[in-house]
Design a protein. Structure first.
Length: 401
């Protein structure tokens, strides 16, 4: 059994290492002391009282901390989460102890080990159909190309094929790493489009852009559209339903060895804003994405082909969107690059009182905040401006994910 382990806080090991080097500490001493200065706060979900009690005892025995539900000791609760606090050295010790325990605690230890390993990744090599890209040191940009008449921001602007291809190539020149071509609006309340109509909109555009050597993503929830677009030169599938809406989608992505964006969405575009309440939005989105990653892998999609997206604007309130960006770093323990799509969305309008056409600066602020909180890629309309802003954000964070 795999346990959800979310990151809550971390102090940079690199900073401690650099400071010790700066004051002239012996390199052998640095290697010994650095793990004692590297601190984690991790939240483990879904423990039984027995698991929680043993885990708490093991953490306390090495001078670390574990907070569990009040009823865990008396077993008056059915399950509990735990907030664990300790240094890298302490977590290494406790993970070793858990391997010798019963009650499913070795699996808890493995989940902790995987989460910590994922937190320490500085970059991800993502494989698409016909390409490999490193996500991490430099933030990737996915340029939005809506070949639709009804998208919330640019509906109708690029419905004509020549104009769509021209805009796609222009975004690539402006600094986009991928062009995301979509033929069905996913704005709140949008109605579905038939397979034939969607393919007629996107396939010629995908083929024309890909023929110029530009990496293309197909934004669709339909397996048949994805298959045709991949044959036309796309290398990535951006599925806002995380492979939920079409049972054949996972098989197509696996067959073509495409990169896959798994996004969280509650309901469908036509219904998603009817229920935006969550008890714990970060936990619910996290657990959904973890489950969809497991489904993708079990369907034959290699883990290095998976990108995750918390789904800003898809079944969330304005405050919920802000909460996800604020706590984006928690998704790092899933071990996949994080893509975020805040561009021109309504939560920016709610925060700034700005119309769609006046949301560029809010989009840039949200994008930079996302990068500093752990995002590896941004999906945007305004590529030129975003590229400059994200290059600056990358320079500030020093290339660390």
């Amino acid at each position: 059994m795999k346990f959800p382990v979310r990151f809550l806080d971390i102090k940079a090991l690199e900073r401690a290492w650099r400071e010790m080097e700066r004051i002239g500490v012996d390199p052998v001493g640095i290697r010994i002391m650095a793990p004692k200065q590297f601190h984690y706060n991790l939240r483990v979900e879904g423990l039984t009282p027995a698991q929680a009690n043993v885990l708490k005892q093991e953490m306390l025995s090495i001078g670390a901390e574990a907070a569990v539900a009040r009823g865990a000791a008396s077993c008056s609760v059915g399950s509990t989460d735990a907030v664990l606090s300790g240094t890298a050295r302490q977590f290494e010790a406790v993970m070793g102890k858990l391997r010798a325990q019963s009650f499913g605690l070795p699996e808890v230890g493995l989940s902790l080990s995987e989460a910590i390993g994922n937190l320490n990744k500085r970059s991800y090599v993502v494989k698409g159909r016909g390409w490999e890209r490193e996500f991490g040191p430099r933030t990737m940009i996915m340029g939005i190309l809506n070949v639709t008449p009804d998208s919330f921001s640019d509906g109708g602007r690029f419905i004509e094929r020549g104009g769509a291809v021209e805009r796609g190539l222009e975004m690539f020149e402006e600094g986009a790493d991928f062009i995301d071509v979509g033929g069905e609006s996913t704005r709140p309340g949008a109605l579905p489009v038939g397979v034939a109509e969607e393919m007629d909109r996107v396939v010629p555009v995908v083929e024309a852009i890909a023929s110029k050597g530009v990496p293309v993503s197909i934004d669709t929830t339909k397996a048949e559209v994805a298959r045709t677009a991949l044959c036309a030169g796309a290398g990535m599938v951006n599925d806002v339903s995380a492979l939920c809406m079409d049972a054949g989608m996972a098989g197509v992505c696996a067959e073509f060895k495409a990169a896959v964006v798994l996004m969280h969405m509650r309901g469908t575009p036509s219904t998603m804003q009817e229920d935006t309440g969550y008890k714990d939005i970060v936990s619910e989105v996290y657990n959904h994405l973890m489950a969809r990653m497991d489904y993708a892998v079990s369907s034959g999609i290699e883990r290095e082909r998976i990108i995750i997206d918390p789904g800003i604007g898809f079944g969330k309130s304005s405050e919920g969107n802000l909460d996800l960006i604020r706590n984006l770093r928690e998704f790092r323990t899933l071990g996949a690059p994080i893509l975020l799509g805040p561009s021109r969305k309504s939560f920016i309008g709610a925060a700034l009182g700005a119309k769609v056409e006046d949301r560029l600066m809010g989009t840039i602020a949200a994008a930079v905040a996302a990068v500093l909180n752990g995002a590896s890629a941004l999906r945007v309309h305004d590529v030129k401006e975003a590229r400059m802003a994200l290059d600056m954000a990358d320079a500030i964070r020093g290339g660390a994910v």
